[in-house]
Design a protein around this ligand. Structure first.
Ligand code: PNW
Length: 490
């Protein structure tokens, strides 16, 4: 509730960290270059191409493997403080295990990191953004109880290789997408479709793996200034009506979406969230299982995970209204969706992006930040992704993206005013990239990438100039118009 005048008075703190984010499989290409091993996205797109909307893949993607200097040049054009990117596990360890390190892959990341550092850009590394080595998937991937050990071994290799220069680490990007979409459904690799089993089993091993990696880092690599966290897809959810059913439905949806992955680490008591566990225990019994589909932790495991964080990472895009009685859908039995059995709805007056799931929901970023502040005692937070999709035809004039970013950045200022312990903001994404099951049909970039051009030429959109001006002035000026579309390094 602030007018244009007071808005322009509000400034981001000088040490607030602004950046952009990307992920290895979505930008790198070089899928089999110089000794890289196959990962689950290589495997799925090559053996099962029709699961991708335009039957494309990330074989070349934005070819950042060969364009890293241009990528860093774009970071300099925007005036970024930081850049969040992920490591391709099988580029570094082709077999997934730590027995064999691929020197060319290590060299690529050293080049990328050193080029950023040369220009004072802080690297923030995600260890895992969805591209599991296929050889580990062949052994069950996240469903194998040894997964936490494999992840610790991989973590040790990369902390050892890059930890001297990199001080910001994220173990996992979006556990729900890894576990629920990858293992409970067919909407992400490895499209396992182990409904009602996959998500919960994966959740157990993912949070244990996070804690192993975190403790290893803090004990042996962090020194005085290294920090490690985990990043969640935080869709804002609120009850459709003020009925008791909708309130319960909203809480269950939050627990299935992110609570199951965050409570073990951030809550005071640790372990999986209670209401969801009760529902799954009850349903498992009714369905004739001899034990609950919700796995258990030992007391030692619960203690090991509890408090294993330096920050809470938030990827935020949109919100939904949740109902326990309306908009319900048919789901396989058992499945995580059947367990929670909730309906969701987005009002038609919320502006729509190119992605079917993405609507501009009012003040949802602020609401998420306030919720985490309350729920987890105001932990250090980073917004590690936030962004808007357009279609290619829209070209460089992306006024809807500009509107979305300005609204989000106002929410960041509101949150800082409200005392939220928020330290940084990363826009998704620096450039167009392989948008998973949607291939190249949806574009999230501040820079457009020409995927028809062998050089993968990158061109700034209007939003790039707007973001740059915010970073330069530390204010959100709603009237600013870029004087030209010519980008320079200032
Ligand atoms: C993120 N939601 O996924 C991913 O981290 C990126 O790799 C991806 O390209 C980007 O968003 C855009 O899709 C999301 O439920 C997963 O709102 C779930 C949601 C949003 C984004």
């Amino acid at each position: 509730g602030s007018n244009a005048f007071t808005r322009q008075q509000r400034k981001f703190p000088e040490d607030f960290m602004f950046g952009t984010a990307t992920a290895s499989y979505q930008i790198e290409g070089g899928w089999d270059a110089d000794g890289k091993g196959e990962n689950i996205w290589d495997h799925m797109t090559h053996t099962n191409p029709t699961v991708i909307k335009d039957q494309s893949n990330g074989d070349i993607a934005a070819d950042s493997y060969n364009n890293y200097k241009r990528d860093v040049e774009m970071m300099r054009e925007l005036g970024l403080d930081a850049y969040r990117f992920s490591l391709s596990w099988s580029r570094i360890l082709p077999d997934g295990f730590a027995n064999r390190i691929n020197d060319a892959g290590v060299q690529f990341y050293n080049n990328y990191i050193n080029e950023m550092l040369k220009y004072g850009i802080t690297p923030m590394i995600t260890l895992y953004h969805w591209d599991l080595p296929q050889k580990l998937q062949d052994l069950g991937g996240f469903l194998n109880p040894l997964f936490p050990e494999w992840f610790e071994d991989y973590s040790r290799v990369v902390f050892d290789l890059f930890g001297d220069r990199v001080k910001y680490w994220i173990t996992f990007n979006e556990p729900r997408e890894v576990c629920y979409q990858g293992y409970d459904t067919v909407t992400m690799a490895p499209i396992l479709n182990a409904t009602g089993i996959g998500a919960y089993l994966c959740a157990k091993h993912l949070v244990l793996a996070h804690a192993r990696s975190y403790h290893l880092y803090k004990k042996e690599f962090a020194g005085d200034d290294g920090i490690c966290g985990i990043t969640y897809a935080m869709t804002w959810t609120e009850p459709l009506t003020d009925s008791k059913e909708d309130e319960i439905a909203t809480e269950l949806m939050r627990q299935a979406d992110w609570g199951i992955y965050s409570e073990p680490i951030f809550s005071e008591n640790g372990g999986f969230p209670k209401e969801l566990t009760d529902v799954v225990n009850q349903k498992s019994k009714e369905q004739g299982f001899s034990r609950s589909r919700m796995p258990e932790f030992t007391k030692e495991e619960i203690e090991f995970m509890r408090g294993a964080y330096d920050f809470f990472g938030i990827n935020h895009y949109t919100g939904v209204l949740v109902s326990g009685t309306e908009y319900l859908q048919e789901h396989p039995v058992p499945s995580m969706h059947d367990d929670i059995n909730v309906g969701t709805f987005a009002p038609s007056d919320w502006p729509a992006a190119a992605s079917s799931w993405l609507k501009q929901s009012p003040d949802s970023l602020l609401k998420i930040l306030l919720l985490i502040k309350e729920k987890y005692n105001n932990p250090v937070m980073y917004i590690t992704e936030n962004g808007w999709s357009t279609r290619l035809e829209q070209g460089l004039e992306d006024d809807d993206r500009v509107r979305y970013y300005r609204a989000a950045l106002e929410n960041v200022l509101d949150a800082l005013d409200a005392g939220v312990n928020l330290k940084g903001y990363m826009a998704w994404s620096l450039m167009d990239n392989f948008e998973w099951m949607q291939g190249y049909t949806e574009r999230f970039g501040l820079y457009e990438v020409d995927f028809e051009d062998p050089a993968r030429t990158r061109t700034p959109r209007k939003s790039a100039f707007i973001y740059k001006e915010v970073l330069r002035t530390r204010v959100v000026d709603h009237d600013y118009e870029p004087p030209s579309m010519i980008m320079t390094i200032d």
